[in-house]
Design a protein around this ligand. Structure first.
Ligand code: ATP
Ligand code: MG
Length: 369
């Protein structure tokens, strides 16, 4: 399938992002912890998974949105690091029988047996508290990486969800206190709900304030993307009547990754239906419209969310329609800030803002209604 929509993409399905790939690779090689934030569906997970495809260092990818308990996260960390130390299935085997596990695994482990024995003792104790388990798992990870003289990478995706877990203390404080001493593990934190990520990493009162490098994943770079897309179509004998038509629809989409891929998929299918695989402006416009209709309900959800906040939808509509704003400068700035944090707009330069989602612009302008 060409032009995937929905799941994270890597390898041949992955487009654009040359600069971000270089930046992220460099940070990982230099063992510099970092965070990356972006609006939803911008490609954070795709980018990190794509970069890690050729990682020489073992990595663990954790998606906090998928987990319901802190204990599960601790287990995944322990399973991962003990696999690196020669013992796979740590938790499963431990639960099957501690005594047998102790005896058998002793011969498999490639590090000091004390670390192994101590870990079994610690993690089999049911009275341990959730964050205590997480912190011990992270400490064990560093200890094992040091013993093996290796470098591990741990990715926390949807990190803003960390505050959702039951924890006996301040989870951010506890984590920060531990991981700041880790020299053999690089941590990356990805997140999508912008104001929560900002609260964690940019609020002076947060334990993670100024803790690591902060990256922002921008929209697609259309200049880089356009020729890649054209080439991909060409490989399937699909040619654009005029390259500028492709360029202009990409601009109309504002480089929004998911919307762009959705429109490309619609173009691809409509071209397959034709005997002569020539993409005309009319086909592109139809694809755009079909894609817009497909995400219409989602856009309405956005609008509903925006209308729940004072002035937000009005300011956004005026921005979309290029109309003058009517709020006082101070009130307007407040709303702009809110819209940025919610992931709806981006700040371009002094006093200039742009909507992230071209379909939302169309909606605000009354497209197709
Ligand atoms: N580099 C890329 N090349 C091609 N398509 C991409 C790229 N980045 C994102 N996409 C498109 O965006 C979709 C969402 O990507 P991904 O799941 O990585 O985003 P995300 O920011 O992690 O989203 P979420 O906020 O839901 O976690 C993909 O299915 C794909 O259609
Ligand atoms: Mg994601």
């Amino acid at each position: 399938m060409m032009f995937k929509v929905g799941k994270p993409v890597t390898g041949n399905d992955f487009f654009d992002r040359t600069k971000m790939i270089t930046d992220v690779r460099r940070l990982i090689v230099d063992r510099q912890d970092f965070m990356m934030k972006a609006p939803r569906r911008y490609g954070k997970t795709s980018l990190i998974k794509h970069v890690l495809l050729d990682s020489k260092d073992p990595y663990l990818y954790l998606d906090l949105r998928r987990e319901s308990r802190m204990e599960n996260i601790a287990e995944q960390i322990i399973d991962f690091v003990f696999t690196q130390a020669g013992i796979s299935g740590f938790f499963r085997r431990m639960k099957e029988g501690i005594a047998k596990f102790m005896i058998n695994a002793k011969h498999e482990v490639t590090i000091k047996t004390e670390i192994f024995e101590y870990s079994v003792e610690f993690f089999s104790d049911e009275k341990k508290k959730p964050c205590e388990l997480l912190i011990k798992a992270l400490e064990t990870a560093e200890q094992i990486a040091t013993e093996l003289n290796r470098h591990f990478i741990i990715i926390f995706d949807e990190f803003q969800d960390v505050s959702r877990f039951i924890c006996e203390g301040n989870v951010l404080e506890m984590m920060r206190g531990t991981i700041q001493h880790h020299e053999h593990i690089t941590y990356a934190f990805l997140g999508s709900i912008e104001h929560l990520m900002t609260d964690i990493f940019e609020n002076k009162k947060s334990p993670f304030y100024n803790y690591c490098r902060k990256l922002k994943l921008p929209a697609f770079d259309i200049i880089e993307l356009a020729p890649q897309l054209e080439m991909t179509f060409k490989k399937r004998q699909i040619i654009f009547e005029d390259s500028l038509d492709l360029m202009s629809v990409l601009q109309r989409l504002f480089g929004h990754p998911t919307n762009t891929m959705l429109v490309m998929q619609h173009i691809y299918y409509s071209a397959l239906d034709k005997e002569i695989r020539l993409v005309t402006k009319q086909m592109i416009d139809n694809a755009y419209e079909s894609a817009f209709n497909e995400v219409h309900d989602l856009i309405e959800q956005y609008v509903h969310e925006l209308k729940g906040k004072k002035h937000h939808y009005d300011v956004l509509c005026r921005l979309a329609r290029n109309e003058e704003q009517i709020l006082t400068a101070q009130a307007l700035n407040q709303v702009y800030k809110g819209l940025i944090e919610m992931g709806y707009i981006a700040h371009i330069k002094r006093g200039e803002y742009i909507l992230n989602d071209g379909f939302l612009v169309e909606y605000a302008k009354g497209f197709n209604t």
